[in-house]
Design a protein around this ligand. Structure first.
Ligand SMILES: NC(=O)c1ccc[n+]([C@@H]2O[C@H](COP(=O)([O-])OP(=O)(O)OC[C@H]3O[C@@H](n4cnc5c(N)ncnc54)[C@H](O)[C@@H]3O)[C@@H](O)[C@H]2O)c1
Ligand SMILES: [Zn+2]
Length: 529
């Protein structure tokens, strides 16, 4: 999303603490003065000499405007940057940290420095005291956090700031009057403690798959142990094939053998398959036990763990059998995403971005601007995006928990997405197929006047930044159209189709099937690649 800015007087420690903080957050550090110098090809002092302070301030404003549009980073501002209202406007909505320092301390830290043009005349301490009075208003109005740095080592300041920025974020979700927390953390599983503790159970039954079991079961089991609970572990084979009634039966027998009774709860540890299967087991075993979802794929964190849908497939029919069973809590730890295979990780962004397109343009922009943070799996960035994405899904689900109307907008990109997925015999992952499906929907929308011009291009840019496929035209063959039509014939000749009006707004429209088919056929020989 936005950069994290450091502000404060010269001598507050921005250029020392900034890189330390950035390192702890896994982000790059940028120093605004250094950017200005690189741009101008001369030092700040030389700019002051040649162009005066107005010349410098104008360059500073331009550099800040560029940084504000750039990727997520820790940015050290100049001591006077936030004096100008126009600059304060540019940092609005971002995290602005004010490193407070007394004039005396700042002066003592700057002894021997000659690169501060405003400190060359008179006593530095007196000048800094004057500057502080002048600038305090700007710091105060823009700051979202402040920390007094006098007497603290820079590393202690960086550590304290990092801890604050990495604090868990929590969202309250509701389902039919039942409220549950979704907690998003950057590391570890410690937060599971009180999510499980508050259930007042005696036995925690951990359900997971064979891939996830060796990675994270012990962390979850530790939490159960620390809470003094009996725990048992129930593992089934990974993959969509495991999402079956026979798995459910095997798991239920295993729960029975472990003597899980009504004093038990289920901990669903894994991706969407585990969440759906374990959630369904929790919904039906002993007529329902509480379940805490611990999603370990991006898809599960932003999509399947939130919203209360659980279930399994019946042969080739996806999710035919199921129940609404909202969780008692969700713990999404960004640390678990570290071990995801690259294609699974990337595919999860399709649903995350989908939520951006549905209702959060800032999320869409943030993804487009941050290919490096995406590739490096920066926990702070992921936590922000997951939170924003979950908030979109939550709001839609709350407005229509049982999918009678509005919840259908979550199917954006899925009409063609499912057709791509099926036609490829599931060689394309669901996420990749949804990425292509969103592009087709937007392309059609622009042709039908349902979608503002430029939306396709913006979506294409976001998908490219993420590294999801965009070559829908090449892939839109007869098989895909066949599956699209085969799937929809039963519903009559009109299709309920989800269009993006623009990035951040979608709508459902009835469209004659023929119109979609004709346009899709035409798209294969024309239009953007
Ligand atoms: N209930 C809902 O509302 C809802 C919404 C969307 C999708 N879904 C369902 O979700 C399922 C897809 O979920 P998915 O994409 O998470 O697939 P998945 O659960 O199969 O996980 C993908 C792969 O990653 C492995 N894995 C999971 N976490 C890992 C980790 N941290 N490190 C290493 N490997 C890990 C899994 O073992 C699996 O091999 C589908 O069945 C879909 O129907 C449900
Ligand atoms: Zn989906």
């Amino acid at each position: 999303m936005f950069p994290i800015y450091l502000t404060g007087l010269s001598g507050a420690g921005k250029s020392t603490i900034g890189p330390m903080l950035a390192g702890r957050l896994g982000l790059p550090f940028l120093d605004l003065d250094t950017l200005i110098e690189a741009d101008a090809g001369r030092s700040v002092s030389a700019i002051f000499e040649a162009e005066g302070e107005p010349g410098f301030r104008s360059r500073e404003h331009q550099a800040l405007a560029r940084v504000a549009q750039g990727p997520l980073a820790v940015v050290g501002l100049g001591g006077g940057t936030l004096l100008a209202e126009a600059n304060r406007h540019l940092v609005e909505g971002a995290e602005v940290i004010w490193l407070e320092v007394s004039a005396e301390t700042a002066a003592s830290r700057l002894v021997g420095r000659t690169d501060r043009p405003l400190l060359r005349v008179g006593s530095p301490a007196a000048t800094l005291a004057g500057l502080l009075v002048e600038r305090q208003y700007g710091y105060h109005t823009a700051a979202t956090r402040r920390i007094a740095t006098d007497g603290l080592e820079p590393s202690a300041v960086a550590e304290s700031l990092a801890a604050g920025l990495l604090t868990p974020r929590e969202l309250a979700c509701r389902f039919d009057g039942h409220e549950y927390p979704v907690r998003i953390v950057t590391r570890g599983m410690d937060s599971l403690h009180d999510l499980v503790g508050r259930l007042n159970v005696r036995h925690a039954a951990i359900i997971t798959d064979q891939n996830v079991a060796p990675l994270y079961t012990s962390s979850v089991a530790n939490v159960a142990q620390e809470l003094g609970l009996k725990h048992s572990v129930h593992v089934f084979p990974a993959g969509e094939d495991g999402k079956s009634l026979s798995t459910v039966e095997t798991l239920m027998r295993s729960l029975r053998a472990a003597e899980v009774d009504r004093g038990g709860c289920i901990l669903a540890l894994g991706g969407g398959v585990v969440g759906d299967v374990a959630g369904f087991v929790a919904a039906t075993y002993l007529r329902g036990l509480p379940v805490v979802q611990v999603p370990t794929t991006l898809l599960a964190q932003v999509d399947s763990s939130v919203g209360g849908k659980t279930g399994v497939n019946l042969d080739a029919e996806k999710n035919l059998i199921g129940a609404f069973h909202p969780p008692s809590g969700v713990l999404a730890s960004m640390a678990t995403l570290d071990t995801l295979p690259e294609p699974v990780y990337r595919a999860g962004f399709a649903e995350l971005l989908k939520h951006g397109v549905i209702a959060d343009p800032a999320l869409t922009t943030a993804l487009t601007r941050n290919p490096d943070a995406i590739a490096a799996r920066v926990p702070l960035a992921l936590a922000r995006w997951v939170r924003a994405s979950v908030a979109v899904k939550r709001d839609i689900v709350e407005s229509d928990p049982r999918e009678k109307g509005r919840r259908k907008v979550l199917n954006f990109g899925h009409t063609f997405g499912h057709a791509f997925e099926t036609a490829s015999h599931f060689e394309l992952s669901h996420g990749d197929a949804v990425a292509l499906g969103m592009l087709v929907a937007t392309w059609l929308g622009e042709r039908l006047g349902e979608t503002d011009a430029g939306t396709y291009e913006a979506l294409h840019a976001a998908l490219t930044a993420i590294g999801l496929p965009t070559d829908w035209q090449r892939r839109l063959n007869d098989r895909v159209l066949h599956h699209l039509l085969a799937d929809k014939k039963r519903a009559g000749t009109d299709l309920d189709f989800v269009f993006a009006r623009r990035i951040g707004e979608v709508d459902i429209r009835k469209v004659p099937l023929n119109t979609i088919q004709d346009l899709a056929t035409a798209a294969r020989s024309s239009g953007p690649a």
